[in-house]
Ligand binder design. Sequence first.
Ligand code: SF4
Length: 584
Amino acid sequence: MNQGITRVLYIDLSSLTFEIKDRTDLPPYMGGSGLGCQLLAEEGRLNQDPLAPEQPIIFSRGALSPCFPAATQVAAVFRSPLTGHLAESFAGGSLAAAMFLARLNALVIKGRADRPVRITVGPRIVHIKKADPLYGTGTEECLREIYDLESSPGFRSVMVIGQAGEKTVRFADLVLDRYWRFGGFGAGALFGSKNLKSLMVYGDRSLSIPDVNAAAYREVFENIHNRLVHSELMPLLHKLGTVVNLEKMQSMMALPSRNGREPQFKALPSFTAQSLAEKHLVRQLACTGCPVGCVHVGYYRRMYGSESFEFEESHLPYDYATVYALGSQLGLETPGDFWALWEKVSGYGLDPLAAGAALGWLTEAYMQGLVTEQDTGTAIGFGYMEGYLHALDGLVGGETPLYRDLARGATFAALRWGGVDYVTEINYRATTGLHTGYDSLLSLAMGFKQPEFVHPLPPRSNQEPERVVNNLIAREAANCLLDSMGVCRLVNQVYDYKTVSRALKSLGYKLSPRQLKISSYELYNRKQGINRAFGFDPAKTNIPYRFFNIPTSQGLLEQNRFAEMLDLLAKQTRAADKEGIIPG
Ligand code: SF4
């Protein structure tokens, strides 16, 4: 490992060329989010459409990943075709380890191939191959084909798009290593716009920790590992996964259902973590290098036709967000209906949260007569799974003007067809369904990453606006640092500034906890600056009225109070832009 050099692979699909640069000016940006944002600032086009061929998509490995437990994340950074603003999407799986073993810190892909292609990146090769036969395949089939086609001489990681990405549906995801995804911002649409069906990275190098640091490395590693495996989170996440929050949120009246029209998910008894584990769980998986293993994979058996007794089975990952978005949000009544819908969403490579928000809005628009069966090709209703399956086919196939609009997200469709008050998105982003209060709504409005798991759950508090805003900024700044380290957000409490400093030191980087704290605010400010350059202005945020009718763990939110907090946040962020660093 050479701590003075950041190795970046640049691939241009228009000219089918590539270049590796060993850059000595990038180490201050560390890795992950920080490095990705810097590369986007260099390569992104402010005045061009997010899907213009020149726009890059950047994959940036965290500075600590995969060298420490739960430091597993890679950031995908790009201009989002869904929101138009800065997109940062994080995923684990095996990608960080494969990039590390291929000796890469980051990959920048730009341009557009004139026919479908797939890319293979190894430590000594970059192959750009024809992918015409793969076009039209769903994510599962495409992954199977790639695994057959590409024998890997080392440790590999594969990401693909489904038909939704090919058709540039604005909320198409990239599916990674089968059970992970770069989700929520349309990374799959970016691949589709570049005619890029898949990317495989493999590595076969063994890179040793220099002898001089080996003892310190082992000590920090063991310290982090022990704190993780003995934390109270470990049994919760490993045994039951993030779905364990479903019952807790329901008990706090904070698990809304039917597009936020109802305060509770009536079918929850069939969807509890215990019930899903007993009836559907087939295995728990971990990102490479994590001892927790929180990824729960469920088993779904589907019969061909109605009475054939011929079955096909699918294995699908499940977590709090997917059960919320495709179960509670749409009022489904049985896990069987949930699996059928999730299988379709996953196969097309759609984002489950955005798909749930789109179908939720569609249901209410249908109920209110804003759209008709002529527009949808089917009856639509809460709990009516077959209607939703049909709607997803129509959306990905672009069958009607309504579906072509809906392929740009629920907010876009609502602005054209009506019903903006009951869209469950803010700034084109859907909620993760953890309605913890003002902080989760402000995170959505500000483009911060939303919580995916909350433990312990927040009390019903009534804090002063300044305090809420200051806490939120401090938390987001700390997250900016950990996102640059590649630390998984589900367990990032283990990585305080002191621990990060010691971990970096054992790899040869000398940064004190105080310096890291300052860096975290620099990273935060820089990210806000890039977002503003893409036209993001929190002051112009419209919050659909539905959000003030959806219960949260702090009760119903007040519009005026929320507006006051958002205003404060926007002012603080603008002030930081002028004054530079705002360490807390
Ligand atoms: S906690 Fe879960 S998502 Fe996070 S690194 Fe571990 S296995 Fe991956």
